[in-house]
Write a protein that binds this ligand. Sequence first.
Ligand SMILES: C[S@@+](CC[C@H](N)C(=O)[O-])C[C@H]1O[C@@H](n2cnc3c(N)ncnc32)[C@H](O)[C@@H]1O
Length: 218
Amino acid sequence: MDETHGRTARVREVRRRLAEEGPPWTRDRAGDFETVTLPRHECDALRDLLTAERARTVVEIGLAYGSSALAIGEALTTVGAEHPRHVVIDPYQESAWADVGWNLLRSAGLEPITTLLRTPSSIALPRLLTEGLVADAAFVDGSHRFHEVFVDLYFLRRIVRPGGVIVLDDATAPPVRTAARYYVRNLGWTVHTETPRCTALRLPDPPSEPPFEEFREF
Ligand SMILES: C[S@@+](CC[C@H](N)C(=O)[O-])C[C@H]1O[C@@H](n2cnc3c(N)ncnc32)[C@H](O)[C@@H]1O
Protein backbone atom coordinates (compact mmCIF):
# COMPACT_ATOMS: atom_id res chain seq x y z
CA MET A 1 0.00 0.00 0.00
CA ASP A 2 1.53 3.39 -0.93
CA GLU A 3 1.65 6.31 1.50
CA THR A 4 -1.44 8.12 0.16
CA HIS A 5 -3.56 4.97 0.29
CA GLY A 6 -2.29 4.17 3.78
CA ARG A 7 -3.25 7.64 5.02
CA THR A 8 -6.69 7.44 3.42
CA ALA A 9 -7.30 3.94 4.83
CA ARG A 10 -6.55 5.19 8.35
CA VAL A 11 -9.02 8.08 7.99
CA ARG A 12 -11.66 5.71 6.58
CA GLU A 13 -11.25 3.35 9.52
CA VAL A 14 -11.76 6.17 12.06
CA ARG A 15 -14.80 7.34 10.08
CA ARG A 16 -16.24 3.82 10.01
CA ARG A 17 -15.79 3.34 13.74
CA LEU A 18 -17.30 6.73 14.56
CA ALA A 19 -20.37 6.06 12.40
CA GLU A 20 -20.89 2.48 13.62
CA GLU A 21 -19.88 2.69 17.29
CA GLY A 22 -20.32 6.40 18.04
CA PRO A 23 -17.76 8.78 19.54
CA PRO A 24 -15.71 7.97 22.67
CA TRP A 25 -17.49 10.86 24.47
CA THR A 26 -20.82 12.61 24.03
CA ARG A 27 -22.63 15.45 25.74
CA ASP A 28 -25.06 14.29 28.39
CA ARG A 29 -28.15 14.52 26.18
CA ALA A 30 -30.05 11.56 24.74
CA GLY A 31 -29.19 10.90 21.09
CA ASP A 32 -26.87 13.91 20.95
CA PHE A 33 -24.39 12.43 18.46
CA GLU A 34 -27.13 11.41 16.02
CA THR A 35 -28.83 14.80 16.36
CA VAL A 36 -25.75 16.97 15.97
CA THR A 37 -23.34 15.24 13.64
CA LEU A 38 -23.47 15.11 9.85
CA PRO A 39 -24.88 11.65 8.95
CA ARG A 40 -22.62 9.13 7.26
CA HIS A 41 -24.24 9.26 3.80
CA GLU A 42 -24.07 13.06 3.83
CA CYS A 43 -20.42 12.83 4.85
CA ASP A 44 -19.81 10.49 1.90
CA ALA A 45 -21.47 12.98 -0.45
CA LEU A 46 -19.33 15.81 0.95
CA ARG A 47 -16.18 13.71 0.52
CA ASP A 48 -17.11 12.81 -3.05
CA LEU A 49 -17.86 16.41 -3.96
CA LEU A 50 -14.54 17.69 -2.58
CA THR A 51 -12.65 14.84 -4.21
CA ALA A 52 -14.28 15.60 -7.57
CA GLU A 53 -13.33 19.27 -7.10
CA ARG A 54 -9.72 18.17 -6.48
CA ALA A 55 -9.80 20.36 -3.37
CA ARG A 56 -6.44 21.16 -1.80
CA THR A 57 -7.46 23.74 0.81
CA VAL A 58 -10.78 23.57 2.67
CA VAL A 59 -12.22 25.82 5.40
CA GLU A 60 -14.75 24.24 7.77
CA ILE A 61 -16.94 25.98 10.35
CA GLY A 62 -18.26 23.84 13.24
CA LEU A 63 -16.27 20.77 14.38
CA ALA A 64 -18.44 19.20 17.16
CA TYR A 65 -18.11 15.37 16.83
CA GLY A 66 -15.89 15.59 13.75
CA SER A 67 -17.87 13.46 11.27
CA SER A 68 -17.79 16.10 8.54
CA ALA A 69 -14.18 17.02 9.37
CA LEU A 70 -13.09 13.40 8.90
CA ALA A 71 -14.93 13.24 5.56
CA ILE A 72 -13.12 16.40 4.45
CA GLY A 73 -9.85 14.91 5.66
CA GLU A 74 -10.53 11.77 3.64
CA ALA A 75 -11.15 13.87 0.52
CA LEU A 76 -7.89 15.78 1.03
CA THR A 77 -5.83 12.61 1.49
CA THR A 78 -7.55 11.00 -1.53
CA VAL A 79 -6.80 13.99 -3.78
CA GLY A 80 -3.21 13.71 -2.57
CA ALA A 81 -2.11 17.26 -3.39
CA GLU A 82 1.36 18.29 -2.28
CA HIS A 83 0.34 20.63 0.56
CA PRO A 84 -3.27 19.91 1.57
CA ARG A 85 -4.77 22.20 4.19
CA HIS A 86 -7.90 21.92 6.33
CA VAL A 87 -8.71 24.94 8.48
CA VAL A 88 -11.39 24.13 11.07
CA ILE A 89 -13.07 26.82 13.17
CA ASP A 90 -14.89 26.12 16.44
CA PRO A 91 -14.74 28.27 19.59
CA TYR A 92 -16.45 25.64 21.73
CA GLN A 93 -14.55 22.47 20.76
CA GLU A 94 -12.96 22.22 24.20
CA SER A 95 -15.60 23.81 26.43
CA ALA A 96 -18.70 22.14 24.93
CA TRP A 97 -17.26 19.12 23.14
CA ALA A 98 -14.32 17.99 25.33
CA ASP A 99 -12.13 18.10 22.19
CA VAL A 100 -13.82 14.91 20.94
CA GLY A 101 -13.75 15.96 17.26
CA TRP A 102 -10.19 17.22 17.46
CA ASN A 103 -9.00 14.00 19.12
CA LEU A 104 -10.69 11.94 16.39
CA LEU A 105 -8.92 13.99 13.71
CA ARG A 106 -5.64 13.36 15.51
CA SER A 107 -6.30 9.63 15.81
CA ALA A 108 -6.97 9.58 12.06
CA GLY A 109 -3.50 11.02 11.47
CA LEU A 110 -4.88 14.29 10.12
CA GLU A 111 -3.19 16.69 12.57
CA PRO A 112 -0.31 17.59 10.19
CA ILE A 113 -2.73 18.98 7.58
CA THR A 114 -5.32 20.43 9.98
CA THR A 115 -5.41 23.75 11.83
CA LEU A 116 -8.07 24.22 14.52
CA LEU A 117 -8.94 27.84 15.26
CA ARG A 118 -10.70 28.07 18.59
CA THR A 119 -12.46 31.38 17.98
CA PRO A 120 -15.88 32.33 16.57
CA SER A 121 -15.96 32.23 12.77
CA SER A 122 -16.76 35.96 12.64
CA ILE A 123 -13.32 36.58 14.20
CA ALA A 124 -11.37 33.76 12.54
CA LEU A 125 -12.49 34.34 8.95
CA PRO A 126 -11.39 38.01 8.65
CA ARG A 127 -8.03 36.97 10.13
CA LEU A 128 -7.64 34.22 7.52
CA LEU A 129 -8.55 36.72 4.80
CA THR A 130 -5.95 39.18 6.09
CA GLU A 131 -3.36 36.38 6.09
CA GLY A 132 -4.14 35.79 2.42
CA LEU A 133 -5.64 32.30 2.70
CA VAL A 134 -7.14 31.07 -0.57
CA ALA A 135 -9.37 27.98 -0.32
CA ASP A 136 -10.92 25.76 -2.96
CA ALA A 137 -14.00 25.00 -0.88
CA ALA A 138 -15.72 25.54 2.45
CA PHE A 139 -18.19 23.62 4.60
CA VAL A 140 -20.47 25.73 6.81
CA ASP A 141 -22.01 24.05 9.88
CA GLY A 142 -21.37 26.47 12.74
CA SER A 143 -23.83 28.83 14.36
CA HIS A 144 -27.13 28.62 12.49
CA ARG A 145 -28.22 32.16 13.43
CA PHE A 146 -29.00 34.22 10.34
CA HIS A 147 -26.50 36.99 11.04
CA GLU A 148 -23.69 34.50 11.76
CA VAL A 149 -24.30 32.51 8.56
CA PHE A 150 -24.57 35.75 6.55
CA VAL A 151 -21.22 36.94 7.92
CA ASP A 152 -19.63 33.50 7.34
CA LEU A 153 -20.66 33.67 3.69
CA TYR A 154 -19.52 37.30 3.41
CA PHE A 155 -15.96 36.36 4.35
CA LEU A 156 -15.91 32.97 2.64
CA ARG A 157 -16.80 34.72 -0.60
CA ARG A 158 -13.42 36.43 -0.38
CA ILE A 159 -11.50 33.39 0.87
CA VAL A 160 -12.85 30.68 -1.45
CA ARG A 161 -11.43 31.20 -4.93
CA PRO A 162 -13.68 32.23 -7.84
CA GLY A 163 -15.32 29.07 -9.18
CA GLY A 164 -14.89 27.29 -5.82
CA VAL A 165 -17.72 25.74 -3.81
CA ILE A 166 -19.32 26.49 -0.45
CA VAL A 167 -21.38 23.66 1.07
CA LEU A 168 -24.06 24.56 3.61
CA ASP A 169 -25.43 22.04 6.11
CA ASP A 170 -29.07 22.40 7.16
CA ALA A 171 -29.55 24.38 3.99
CA THR A 172 -33.33 24.33 4.27
CA ALA A 173 -33.38 25.77 7.82
CA PRO A 174 -34.90 29.27 7.44
CA PRO A 175 -31.93 31.29 8.76
CA VAL A 176 -29.45 29.35 6.61
CA ARG A 177 -31.68 29.34 3.53
CA THR A 178 -32.38 33.06 3.84
CA ALA A 179 -28.71 34.00 4.26
CA ALA A 180 -27.72 31.90 1.25
CA ARG A 181 -30.51 33.34 -0.88
CA TYR A 182 -28.93 36.81 -0.74
CA TYR A 183 -25.77 35.49 -2.38
CA VAL A 184 -27.67 33.49 -4.99
CA ARG A 185 -30.04 36.32 -5.92
CA ASN A 186 -27.54 39.17 -5.78
CA LEU A 187 -24.04 37.88 -6.34
CA GLY A 188 -24.33 35.18 -8.97
CA TRP A 189 -23.78 32.10 -6.78
CA THR A 190 -25.36 29.01 -8.33
CA VAL A 191 -26.63 25.75 -6.90
CA HIS A 192 -24.14 23.06 -7.80
CA THR A 193 -25.60 20.03 -5.96
CA GLU A 194 -28.25 19.35 -3.35
CA THR A 195 -28.65 16.47 -0.91
CA PRO A 196 -31.47 16.11 1.64
CA ARG A 197 -29.44 18.25 4.12
CA CYS A 198 -26.75 20.09 2.25
CA THR A 199 -26.60 22.53 -0.64
CA ALA A 200 -23.36 23.16 -2.50
CA LEU A 201 -23.13 26.62 -4.04
CA ARG A 202 -20.61 27.52 -6.70
CA LEU A 203 -19.05 30.97 -6.71
CA PRO A 204 -19.00 32.83 -10.01
CA ASP A 205 -15.78 33.18 -11.95
CA PRO A 206 -15.05 36.05 -12.34
CA PRO A 207 -16.62 37.33 -9.10
CA SER A 208 -19.72 39.47 -9.43
CA GLU A 209 -19.90 42.88 -7.68
CA PRO A 210 -23.12 44.49 -8.92
CA PRO A 211 -23.91 48.16 -8.14
CA PHE A 212 -26.15 48.70 -5.12
CA GLU A 213 -28.92 50.02 -7.40
CA GLU A 214 -29.32 46.47 -8.73
CA PHE A 215 -30.08 45.07 -5.26
CA ARG A 216 -32.71 42.33 -5.33
CA GLU A 217 -34.87 41.59 -2.31
CA PHE A 218 -34.16 38.07 -1.04
C1 LIG B 1 -24.05 21.18 14.22
S1 LIG B 1 -22.53 21.28 15.04
C2 LIG B 1 -21.37 20.77 13.81
C3 LIG B 1 -21.45 19.27 13.56
C4 LIG B 1 -20.24 18.73 12.82
N1 LIG B 1 -20.20 19.21 11.46
C5 LIG B 1 -20.23 17.21 12.86
O1 LIG B 1 -20.30 16.56 11.79
O2 LIG B 1 -20.14 16.64 13.96
C6 LIG B 1 -22.28 23.02 15.14
C7 LIG B 1 -20.90 23.42 15.64
O3 LIG B 1 -20.74 24.83 15.44
C8 LIG B 1 -19.97 25.35 16.50
N2 LIG B 1 -20.22 26.78 16.55
C9 LIG B 1 -21.23 27.44 17.18
N3 LIG B 1 -21.08 28.78 17.01
C10 LIG B 1 -19.97 28.95 16.25
C11 LIG B 1 -19.29 30.09 15.75
N4 LIG B 1 -19.73 31.32 15.98
N5 LIG B 1 -18.17 29.90 15.00
C12 LIG B 1 -17.74 28.65 14.74
N6 LIG B 1 -18.33 27.53 15.19
C13 LIG B 1 -19.43 27.68 15.94
C14 LIG B 1 -20.44 24.54 17.70
O4 LIG B 1 -19.48 24.55 18.74
C15 LIG B 1 -20.62 23.17 17.10
O5 LIG B 1 -19.45 22.43 17.22
